[in-house]
Every structure is written in structure tokens, then in C-alpha cells.
Design a protein around this ligand. Structure first.
Ligand code: HAM
Length: 445
């Protein structure tokens, strides 16, 4: 009770404090409650990545601006409109990374990873910066989790990435759909871009495009397919499909990817206008879109996206090396989890709480808590609290299945109480047997 009054008083005080230096628009603090989700979402991704043999890598947040201009593309929205680029004190033009793929490829080349046995499978997680219009699920600093495979041309690599993404979202209990397309190689695209330009040649159709796309159709026609303006989406209705321009090799690659997905029972939607907004992709491109439970409507906010980039490494000065990868938007995944009121299993799975009453019990509890933690239990405690009631409230808060209670009497008798948090029933057990007893009970929960 005392604590609650204190909390209220502190809140009232905070409300009165005017923040002198507020955070920058579009940037977020990740506070404690949010971090529980953050940790889970990232650690689950890391666990799956490790299980599939991916190794962790980190690159600097700051790179030369030119790196992104030459790879992501000078005309891409990310570079042209959203990049935090500035001249540093040494006169060098640098940028806060707006995406990770260019620096990852730079690192692959710079550290001679092509000399190692291929494929090289990497995972990375970290912050990215895009000066976008802030709104729910769109931040100026967001975090991604990326998986990339270097040196593997087989369509199986594309499928492995999609399989991992699919497994990941399934384990998070999020209903998603894979949107997939192939944009072929440079040769296929050349043919397609001509077809697309021809399609938009009639003045009336071109007039339907937004102002920006009227320029794009001349300078960078593929970007018209990315435009979210309703008039541009509408204008695409009869537009040619890029898959119809694929050469034999690109077509065979795409057919294999789809066949494997069918075999693995991974549902996908062939999306003829999915091209992704970055310049380096070749062949397979895909995005993961959430499906809303109530309406089964696919909301157009991608939770992740990626594809092949077979030409990028050579283009950046490395040896010709096929590659593919994808990125998941951590904040967007967390938003979806919250929106669907999903209680993450691992949050409360095997959760146990250790409560203590009195000095001697607390000392013994410290040791037991370490044994529980090392034994792999999802253990919590409130060693700074004295009252049992407050500790039981904490146990409820972490959704503990069992609370172990150690009081003076139990210390003397060498016993401990196990309280079933659902039924409230408490039983005395031999202190030495507490861990096997807890394991047995949790297995039956
Ligand atoms: P991307 O599609 O730009 O791809 O971003 C991947 C994901 O990051 C998006 O699907 C979305 O979930 C999230 N995301 C992007 N921008 C924001 C934002 N402003 N706020 C919140 N979340 C955002 C790439 O970045 C590629 N480099 C991925 C890749 C890796 N391709 C190959 N390897």
C-alpha cells in the first residue's frame, strides 16, 4: 500500500516536471516493460538463427554516405529522402546507417570472407536511422534483425530464409503471409522496364500517376511499383508483370523456390508488383505481412522483407558472390504482439517465484535462487521486500506457476513451502528435494 502511494506521489511530481530537453521526434526510449518484449523478440530470433548455423556479426553505425548512395540507390526513398547524412569534423561525408545490408557486404569484402568456406551465414541485430514521417510502426530510429547467406546460389537458400521467418512468426503466434515475387536479373529487368514504360506511354494513364511517379517513370520506372499513392496503385491494374519477362535461368530459380515452399507447406501470395524499394535486389524478393485475426485483411505494414542480391558483392568490388537475406522490424513485431494481446509463452513458461521471510531465510534464499537460475528455471524474486503479501503480488505479476516460501520455521525444519499459484494450495517439502519436486510439478502444469 505504502509503495502504491509513493508511486502515485512520484507520478504527480513527474507530471509537474517540464522536460527541458525532450527526445527527438520519431525516436523512442525503450522502457522496462517494452524491453521484456524487445528481449524476447530478439532472443527468439537469435536462438533460431544459431540453431540454423548463422553466426553473429556487428558493423559500425556510421559509414560513408557514398556506400548507401551506390548500393541502396541514390534514387531510393531511403537514400534520397530519409538518410541522416552529414559532414564530420574531418570533412568526410558520413551517414547513420539507414539499413544494414551495404555495411554487411562491405564487411564481407573488407575481411576477405570469400576466402573462408562458403556459404557464410550471418545474423545481425541493431538500430537503423531513417528520417521518415513518424507514425505507429514507423520510427526515425528502429531496430532490425537480419539474416544473410553469402556464397549460395541455390534456391534452397532463399527458401531457408523464408522457412526461418515463417517458423519465427509461428512461434510468436503471429499470423503472417509471405508476399513473394521475382524481379529477375539485370537482363530480365531491362526488357520489363521497356514494357512498363510502354504501358505508361498513353498520356491518360501517365496523367493518373502522382507527381513523383511521373518523374519516376522516366528516371527509375521500377519505383512506380513501390508507390503507395492510391492513384498509382490503381494505375497498375493492367500493368505487365515482371515474372513474364524472366529469362530461363531466373524463371527456373523462381519455380524451384515456389516448389520448395509448396512442399514445406508455407503459404505465400504471388505478388506481381512487389519489387522492394532498394536497388540491389535480383531474382527472389519477399515480404512478410501480418494477417489481422478479425477480418483476415492483410494490413500493408510489412513485418519484414528481403531477397537475393547476387550482383551486389561484385558491384562493390568483391568477387562475384551470390547472396540473399532479409530483415525483420523489431518494433513492428512488438506492436503486433501487443495488438493481438498475445502473452508470450516464454514470458511465463516455467515461471517460479522465491519468497522469503526473515533474515536467515533471505540468506538461504540467495543460494537457492542461484541454484534455480542455473537449473534453467524462469526464476524471480523480490529480495528487497519483507512482507509476504507484497512478494506474492510480485509473483502474480510475473505470472509465476509456483511460489517457494522460505520462513524462519522452514529454515529450522530444513523444509520449504511450495504454493500452487492457481489453486493457492501450499505443501511442505524437504528443502533438499525442492528442485526435483518443482521440475515434476512444472512438467505436469
Ligand atoms: P526494409 O524492407 O527496408 O529492408 O526493412 C526491413 C523491415 O524493417 C521492414 O519490413 C519493417 O518491418 C522494418 N522497418 C523499416 N523501416 C522502418 C521504420 N522506419 N520504423 C520501423 N520499422 C521499420 C531492409 O532494410 C533490407 N536491408 C533487409 C535485408 C537484409 N535485405 C537483405 N538482407
Amino acid at each position: 500500500m505504502h509503495n502504491r502511494i509513493k508511486e502515485k506521489r512520484e507520478q504527480a511530481l513527474n507530471d509537474k516536471i517540464k522536460v527541458k530537453y525532450p527526445r527527438i521526434r520519431g525516436m523512442k526510449d525503450i522502457l522496462f516493460d517494452e524491453y521484456r518484449y524487445f528481449d524476447l523478440v530478439v532472443s527468439k530470433a537469435c536462438d533460431i538463427a544459431k540453431a540454423y548455423g548463422f553466426k553473429r556479426i556487428e558493423m559500425p553505425v556510421l559509414e560513408r554516405t557514398e556506400l548507401y548512395e551506390r548500393t541502396t540507390g541514390k534514387l531510393s526513398d531511403i537514400v534520397a529522402k530519409e538518410m541522416y547524412s552529414f559532414v564530420d569534423r574531418g570533412g568526410e561525408k558520413v551517414a547513420l546507417r539507414p539499413e544494414a545490408t551495404p555495411s554487411l557486404v562491405r564487411a564481407y569484402i573488407e575481411h576477405g570472407m570469400f576466402n573462408q568456406s562458403q556459404p557464410i551465414k550471418t545474423f545481425w541485430s541493431g538500430p537503423l536511422f531513417r528520417y521518415d514521417r513518424p507514425q505507429a510502426g514507423r520510427y526515425r530510429q528502429h531496430n532490425q534483425f537480419n539474416l544473410d547467406i553469402f556464397g549460395e546460389a541455390s534456391p534452397m537458400a532463399d527458401v531457408l530464409l523464408i522457412l526461418i521467418a515463417h517458423t519465427y512468426f509461428k512461434e510468436l503466434q503471429l499470423n503472417v503471409e509471405v508476399q513473394i515475387n521475382s524481379i529477375g536479373c539485370v537482363g530480365c529487368r531491362k526488357e520489363y522496364l521497356e514494357k512498363l514504360k510502354d504501358y505508361y506511354k498513353p498520356r491518360l494513364l501517365k496523367a493518373k500517376l502522382c507527381t513523383e511517379c511521373k518523374k519516376r517513370i522516366v528516371k527509375n520506372p521500377l519505383r512506380v511499383l513501390d508507390c503507395k499513392e492510391p492513384c498509382c496503385v490503381e494505375s497498375l491494374r493492367e500493368a505487365p508483370h515482371i515474372v513474364d519477362s524472366l529469362d530461363d535461368d531466373c524463371r527456373a530459380h523462381f519455380v524451384k523456390v515456389l516448389e520448395y515452399l509448396d512442399e514445406l507447406n508455407i503459404p505465400y501470395n504471388l505478388n506481381p508488383f512487389l519489387v522492394r524499394g532498394l536497388d540491389y535486389y535480383t531474382k527472389t524478393v519477399f515480404e512478410i505481412w501480418p494477417i489481422s485475426e478479425e477480418t483476415s485483411d492483410v494490413k500493408l505494414v510489412a513485418l519484414g522483407g528481403g531477397g537475393r542480391y547476387d550482383d551486389l558483392i561484385e558491384y562493390m568490388g568483391g568477387r562475384a558472390t551470390p547472396a540473399c537475406g532479409f530483415g525483420i522490424g523489431i518494433e513492428r513485431v512488438i506492436l503486433k504482439i501487443k495488438e493481438n494481446n498475445i502473452i508470450l509463452k516464454s514470458e511465463s513458461q516455467n515461471a517460479v517465484f522465491l519468497a522469503q521471510i526473515g533474515e536467515q531465510a533471505r540468506r538461504k534464499a540467495f543460494v537457492l535462487f542461484e541454484d534455480l537460475r542455473k537449473g534453467g528455471f524462469n526464476a524471480s524474486q523480490s529480495f528487497t521486500r519483507d512482507a509476504l503479501r507484497a512478494q506474492l503480488e510480485d509473483a502474480n505479476r510475473v505470472d509465476a506457476k509456483y511460489t517457494l516460501i522460505l520462513g524462519q520455521k522452514e529454515v529450522v525444519d530444513n523444509t520449504i513451502l511450495i504454493r500452487d499459484m492457481d489453486s493457492g494450495v501450499q505443501e511442505i517439502v524437504d528443502f533438499k528435494k525442492v528442485i526435483p519436486e518443482l521440475t515434476k510439478r512444472l512438467a505436469n502444469k
